[in-house]
Design a protein around this ligand. Structure first.
Ligand code: GLN
Length: 203
């Protein structure tokens, strides 16, 4: 299994390290040709405007939704969640529009308001997960097909919609690989269904 990490800007090395340790053969994705070689994609945290502009430059604003619509699992963390959202408030227009969520950029506050919190994530079991929020987006609304896996102060912070996963926090920055393991399980499930490979687009 090859897991892609979108490597245009942001927390690329941190995600690669976790995937390496899990034996998931990370590949850095910068072009549509790179994307053909992976079974799933992580869009890391960073700066969503910058990552989005580079995605457009390299044609990934079209290639990623095409693969995702064919069933390729995608996990967006923080800036990655902003790029996956169908509706974005407080910044650039939405880019990939793959998940039925509304996010508000930087709504947890400025860089100095970054914080950590312990999250109960029933799907991952005990103990609670330490989560790092860095100038994070607030997930303001989610459609009926979106499953809330964890919340903080009544706001969803980890959500899944079919083969798509998003978190407003950064699991690559803590020594707890359970969210990455969950994403790898989603990729295995997609492969078992025969989905997600280049050219297997469902009509
Ligand atoms: N504030 C960033 C943005 O709006 C996201 C921050 C992050 O990914 N840690 O793009």
């Amino acid at each position: 299994m090859h897991v892609g990490v979108l490597a245009l800007q942001g927390d690329v090395i941190e995600h690669r390290r976790v995937l390496d340790a899990l034996g998931a053969h990370p590949l850095e994705v910068r072009t549509a040709a790179d994307l053909e070689r992976v079974d799933g994609l992580i869009i890391p945290g960073g700066e969503s405007t910058t990552i989005g502009k580079l995605m457009v430059k390299y044609g990934l604003d079209l290639a990623v939704p095409e693969r995702a619509r064919a069933g390729m699992p995608v996990y967006g963390t923080c800036a990655g969640m902003i790029l996956l959202a169908r509706t974005v408030r407080g910044g650039e227009p939405p880019l990939l529009r793959l998940m039925d969520i509304t996010v508000v950029r930087n709504a947890y506050g400025r860089q100095v308001d970054s914080f950590e919190a312990d999250l109960d994530v029933p799907a991952l079991g005990p103990p609670p997960m330490r989560a790092v929020f860095i100038r994070a987006p607030v997930l303001e609304a989610a459609g009926p097909g979106v499953e809330v896996l964890a919340s903080l102060d009544g706001r969803p912070v980890l959500v899944r919609e079919g083969h798509l996963l998003a978190s407003s926090f950064h699991p690559e920055l803590v020594p707890d690989d359970r969210v990455h393991r969950l994403f790898l399980e989603m990729i295995r499930a997609s492969a078992r269904r025969g989905e997600g490979l280049p050219g297997s687009r469902r009509e």
